[in-house]
Design a protein around this ligand. Structure first.
Ligand code: MF3
Ligand code: CO
Length: 269
């Protein structure tokens, strides 16, 4: 079933947001569960000296062992299973020979396809000894994700999610990336609607039970401005200051949204 959401404000256009059936939700839950397991596995691999290519290969192997397919590989020509984004890299870092080193913060973003369903999640890890400044950036970005999920409820609107992320980030003195956004997810990797990390309360499509969404704040220490490197993928901050990224796949329910990609990474803290 699909719903047509009418235009509510200047920034929003009518979009088709898929309401998932019970059966589809079960499938998306399974894809999300495999992804949560993958992130628990990734945690054990984060250490100084590992290359991002090694991480990517281990992730791909693990996802396939679980019976899933890396959803990013080949998507619009993307060459790897994970996006691995160190420090000034905001998102879409392509795995290569670069080694993690103590003090880095590394965003890992993975999508899984399982039986035609999709999940998408990201987490920023600290490597070794991390400066307080970086820790605070990570903590605030994670908090922005959870604050956003808190308002992702039936009857609220996409703008409420956007506003919540922006408020959390800017109250802490950080900035939010404008050019890249969260999105619907589930039967494809990217579905309607777009979920900006900045905006006003009370605007945009209304949230309905059965929607599955990828909420993904990208928050910068310095300027909100970003640029894409010559490889056509790697997004870096213009001032080369650090950026953090967290993402969950969530399901809109009768009450608080259900976090489908939740894992012990969050409980451990
Ligand atoms: N998680 C990213 C997103 O939500 C997807 C990576 S794009 C890809 O947009 F091409 F690498 F798949
Ligand atoms: Co995403």
């Amino acid at each position: 079933m699909a719903t047509l959401d009418r235009q509510d404000g200047a920034r929003y256009y009518p979009v088709m947001i898929i309401i998932k059936s019970k059966k589809e939700i079960e499938c998306i839950k399974k894809a999300s569960n495999l992804l949560a397991k993958t992130f628990e596995y990734v945690k054990g691999m984060i250490s100084p000296d590992v290359t991002t290519l090694e991480l990517d290969q281990e992730i791909e192997e693990y996802v396939r062992q679980l019976g899933g397919k890396p959803a990013f590989k080949g998507y619009k020509g993307y060459p790897a299973s994970a996006c691995i984004s160190i420090n000034e890299v905001v998102i879409h870092g392509i795995p290569d020979e670069r080694r993690l080193k103590s003090g880095d913060i590394v965003g890992i973003d993975v999508g899984i396809e399982f039986n035609g369903c999709f999940s998408d999640a990201a987490y920023t890890f600290g490597v070794g000894d991390v400066a307080d400044e970086s820790k605070k950036l990570m903590k605030t970005t994670e908090q922005a994700l959870f604050n956003a999920i808190e308002v992702a409820r039936i009857g609220n609107r996409i703008g409420d999610i956007s506003h919540e992320v922006q408020q959390t980030a800017e109250n802490a003195g950080y900035s939010v990336v404008r050019e890249f956004v969260g999105h619907g997810v589930g039967l494809k990797l990217h579905e309607e609607p777009s979920i900006p990390n900045f905006g006003k309360n009370g605007v945009g499509p209304r949230l309905k039970k059965g929607m599955t969404l990828a909420v993904e704040p990208m928050i910068n220490l310095g300027t909100f401005q970003v640029e894409v490197l010559n490889d056509g993928w790697t997004v870096v901050t213009k001032d080369r200051k650090s950026s953090a990224h967290y993402e969950h796949t969530i399901l809109i329910t009768d009450n608080k949204a259900m976090i489908l990609t939740n894992s012990s990474l969050y409980e451990d803290k």
